[in-house]
Design a protein around this ligand. Sequence first.
Ligand code: FNR
Length: 178
Amino acid sequence: MKLLAVSGSLRKDSFNTRLAKLIADASNVDIDVATLHEIPLYNGDDEAETGIPEAVETLRRRIKAADGLIIVTPEYNAAMPGVLKNALDWLTRPGEEMKPTFGGRPTALAGATPGAWGTAFAQAGALINLRQLGCWLFPDYLRISKAGDRFDGDRADDELKGQVAGWVKRFVDFAGRG
Ligand code: FNR
């Protein structure tokens, strides 16, 4: 079993990238962490002129090599950040790549925020997009509120570590049934 956790934040001290790393460390399963720093803005003219950027193809290869995908999304104005949606858009190009990249792939949503609602709104919106992509959605969401109180640098408090470990175990079981 091999999983890929994709962080939707570009920020150096991102809670979501820290959460993705915590997810990767929470289990004996091989979980890679990807970020989206190299993905350009989608522009249909660029696609027509130069095709799919290498950074998109690299991310696609990593997704296809994984038995499950974990999207770790920040919440911006009650939605996933444009950076993450942009990456999902690129990954569905050309259209015939959408199914082999996402179709039937076990996919989980996680997110962290300094706010009170654990990225619930971003995750709810992302469900619509991921359903459209044909992902096999894990109906158990990791939502971390008050993230500033839960992390000390890269270290998480014990309760958070336990919460993440339990959630990852449940997702591994779910992905294993695929
Ligand atoms: C936010 N933030 C935020 N938080 C939240 O819980 N709900 C929200 O709707 C928003 N909206 C929002 C909009 C914009 C433009 C920014 C920049 C921020 C706060 C956000 O959760 C916080 O900045 C996190 O730290 C972002 O995630 P990373 O970068 O720490 O992973």
